[in-house]
Design a protein. Sequence first.
Length: 422
Amino acid sequence: MNAADGRAGAYALARLVDDPTEFASRMWGRQHHVHHSSGAQTHPEAFADLLDLAGVDELLSTRGLRTPFLRVAKNGSTLPERSFTAGGGVGAAISDQISDARLAQLFEDGATIVLQGLHRTWGPIVDFAADLATELGHPVQANAYITPAQSQGFSAHYDVHDVFVLQLAGQKRWIIHEPVHPWPMRHEPWDTGGRKEQVAQAAAGEPVLDVVLEPGDCLYLPRGYLHAAKALAGVSAHLTLGVHVWTQDHLARAFTELALRQADELRRPLPLGVDVGDPAQLAPNIAAVRAALHQALDAVTDGQLATLLDQRADESGRAAPVRPLVQAAASREPALSEPMQLRRHLRLRRELDDGGVRLRGRGVDERVALPTPGLRAALDQLVDGGAHVPAALAHACQIGEDEVLGLTGQLLSAGILVPTRT
């Protein structure tokens, strides 16, 4: 991880758990955890900086949200989209926009509002979710659930990703049961494969946790834990950060994919007239495939495996947002006095490239020519984190001002650097 990809230490995780080190060694992926924040109503840890009820109303009323950025549920069932969407009128006649008036009626009648994809639509959560993903090393998504008093949106179920539940407003009672299917994968949701009946039976038993979350509290559940929640007095709002964990299954599938790419003999057709349901007919081919796979798997290197997963990690998230107008102006006319810094969450890697360096990361593939050691030193400082003023960089690296402006202009245009003052 580049030092500039996230704040020093476990800033985001430290807001969610009692002790990040203990959490990593004892709870992560293994057991539930509740973090209580003292003085939550007035303390910053009440998460009001991420989202509050006024922000929810803003999202629902003036942002022009469309499905699937919103779901509405009641008594365990998701309501049809047509019950809370409408066209936007002249100039915005898109039929799946949120109807705030209909939504108000449904909410008054006890429905839960689910704001989906907030890691893409609400600035503070965009930043926080990206910070948390960097610290955890696993992709993070964010949804918010707003429930009227004494109402329940969803019945007992499990998720196929880990979750951090951040209580934003009001109180919500959570009933937690042990998994019926440990570490479920994405293709194993709770309501398929006969698991729905298992979940209902387990949820009728004694819970392992029965807790009321107050603003500022956080509940962590590994994937597979059964949970159901009900709002108590007043409107309840909580933010769910879903962690889509990398697993050994990802390694196995990447391993197999790379092996199959290299095993050309496996493309050979089976005999004409073969009965693929007859083990005796398949036996010689099965033996050949087994041998070829063993050989191909042995040929896959750790570096090849890491490179493939590195590409998928890039695709699993986005770099920090840039302001297009500010960015374009800065790259068109970079200023010697304008501080620059590496764009966060790029996952930037440097590769030597015939007298220069190729910079690769999320949405980035840029070759930078470095004809002098001074330019190389300037590039290293720019992409190693922190804010740098081009004039000072030129002096420190003993290069001309035109050279450093050319370098910063190229990196600004590629979306690698961003101006620190907008």
